[in-house]
Every structure is written in C-alpha cells, then in structure tokens.
Design a protein around this ligand. Sequence first.
Ligand code: AMP
Length: 421
Amino acid sequence: MIELIKGFKDILPEGISLWQRIETEAKTIFDDFGYREIRLPILEKAELFARSIGDTTDIVEKEMYSFEDGKRGLVTLRPEATASVVRSYIQQRMYAADPIQKLFTIGPMFRKERPQKGRYRQFYQIDAEVFGIASPYMDAQMIFMLMTLFSRLKVAGLSVLLNSLGCPACRPAFKEALLSMIEAKKEALCENCSRRLLKNPLRVLDCKVPTCREAVKEAPAITDYLCKGCDDHFSAVKEMLSGLGVGYEIDKGLVRGLDYYTRTIFEIQTSALGAQNAVAGGGRYDGLVELLGGPSQPAIGFAIGFDRLCDIMAQYEKPSQKPLQVFFITEGAEAGKQGANWVSRLNQAGVTAEMDYGERSVKSLMKRADKLDAAFVVIADGEGLEKGQVILRNMKTKEQSSISTTGITEQLQSIIVNQRS
Ligand code: AMP
C-alpha cells in the first residue's frame, strides 16, 4: 500500500461538515464586513517569498517546497497567502481601480515543518488582507471581525496577543538595544539564532529553544522604543479594541516570524490545543506593496489556521450530514428500474433518497435502511406495481400504508415536508 506523506492528511467525508460550516460562517462574515473573495495559484516564483517574507526567516531558510521549473526558474508551493495577494494587487493593478481593496482567500499552504499534532506540511488558511487603509481603526476592526467569527463558531478560551513592531524610523533603535543586550548572552543562543543575530536580532525573540527564551527574558520591550506616530497608532488600536469589548494582552515577545510586518501585530491563541496554540495571526505591513514593486500603499492582514480551528471545534461539534429521507426497496427488474427513476427525480428535487442497487432480500434491505437511518422506506414489488401501488413505511412510527405510484415523487415530497413541520 502506498501511504500518504508524513505531515499531509486526508480530510474525510465524516469531518467535512465542520470544514464547510467554518467556511460558510467565514464567508458570511467577510461579506458583512465588505471583503471580496480572490483565488490565487498555489505555485509562485520562489523570489516572491524570499523578498517578502524575508530570507532570514525560518520559512524561507528551510521550510519551502521549491523546485526548478525549466525556464521559469525556481518555483515554490506557497507557504502563506499574503505575498501572493500582494503580488496580485500589484500585477492586476487593483490599486488603479481603487487603492482600497478588502480581499479574502481560502486554501492550502505548504511548509516543510517538523510534523506534530496541529502542525502539518500541507495546511489550510483563511486569509484576509486590506489595502489602502493606514488607519489604526482598521487594525482594531480586523481583530474584532476575527473574534466575531470565533464567537459565532462558539470557540471559547481564546486570547488576543498584541504588539507593535514600530516602523523603519523607530525599529532600528530597538534592534540596536536588543542586540547589545543579547550579545552579552551570545553563548546561550541556538545555532540558528547566533547565525542570524546580526542580520535579524528580532528572530531571537521568536525562537522556541529554551536557552534562547532564557536569554531574551530581560529583553527590552519594543513598545518603549516606538516613535510618536507608531505610539499614537498603537494607542488608538488598543482604545478601539477596548471600546468594542475585545480583551487583549500586550506581548512584548511577539514578533511573528516574518520580516514584512510594521506597527500592529497580533496572534490569537487557544488553550485547547497544546503546543501548537496559535489559531490565527496577522499584522500591518505598510512597506510590502512598495517593496514588491507596487505603489506605496499601507496594508494589513491575517491568516486563520483552518486545520487548528477544526481541531478545536471537533472537540465539541458533532459532524452532521443531511439525513436520509427515503430508502427504496425494490423487488424484480421492473421495480428496480422504476425505483432508480424515482430516486433520481427525488434527488433532483432536493430530497435525499437512496435505493439498494444489488439484489438482496427485503429483510436485509430493511436492516440497511435502519443502518442508514432512513425516515421512510418505500417497498416496491412487481405485484404491487401492476396495481399501481407501493408500500410506504414510516421508520419512526412503524406505520405502513399503501400509496399510488401516480405522482409518487410529489406525494413523497409533501409527506416529507409535512412530517418536518
Ligand atoms: P502564519 O502564516 O505563520 O502567521 O500562520 C497563521 C496561522 O496558520 C497560525 O496561527 C496557525 O493557526 C496556522 N498555521 C501555520 N503553520 C501551520 C502548520 N504548519 N500547520 C497547521 N497550521 C499552521
């Protein structure tokens, strides 16, 4: 048997109702908040990610699925969606029609991370991006929208972690302060952090290795280094969140692993998943559109980990499936032909109906109807059909009656509708 690759998974029919429910709820929210859907390719030029995410990040350094594609050069299975959405915003000149664009996209991402519970190599994200709005109110509104979605999905036990990464004007001073503090503890750093310390000291704040965590315990807080513009921006975000009743914690160690962020960054964590506790994360990236060759336009976005959200909800949501309304038991070739016809007509009318296509005894087919939890069974045999009659059995009350085959699908539809009301 050929098995699937470690870190990849099958999403089976039993679990799909949850995925669909989340997707429907997310689409409703996006609709209400004025976001439009965009669908983008899964494969992009490797350079897009190296330039946007940053070449000293874990994702770009070691987690991308890339391969040479002849003349096209090195291509990559997208590890996240923001870079692609930005690429499209620029390439399709969306900004020319209207610099303000509110977009969302849902789909698979690929990262060669060490697989574990809640961490996959192919995982799904629900991603939202807003271009052209620099206001801190958009930052707060996005977090509010995210929390509204989680509350509609009845996901509890979440916390909102918030930080600001400043801007190119104030971040260098923080980097310097951080660097001089960490350099004194250089020996304690893991190999990864020592290697990229000079180029990107913020990465150390993000590292999960215990000795690195210890080394940055006394690290300065970036929020103490913000320039007036960034400080005012951060205050306005916090004020609006409080006004909207969204609780949050400031986490000075939150840096979010990607280079493109500026100002507000946030992460939504859950207490229900163990080590992989981030269900969503995002932030502002005011410089990225320009960095990738577009006009200077501010932007902000987030991504929800779809798989993790499902893992949380699976703990309390039962999978659901449209119940089977009618099961046909047919005896003989003519009845079989009729039955198949009626099943097709009923399905077309939105009624879940099934029949047994094999030839089995009525007794074993009744057992199957029970197993499928059918609301009604129709028994059609050659003799009954000659008289234009079939037997209808209500599986709950066990009542049986004879009904005419003339207009049978309409009759069944009205019986089912009446039974529901
Ligand atoms: P990021 O793009 O790293 O900010 O991730 C956004 C969200 O995607 C995280 O909060 C996780 O919920 C989810 N996520 C990231 N990486 C993985 C992964 N390897 N497996 C499952 N979910 C992930």
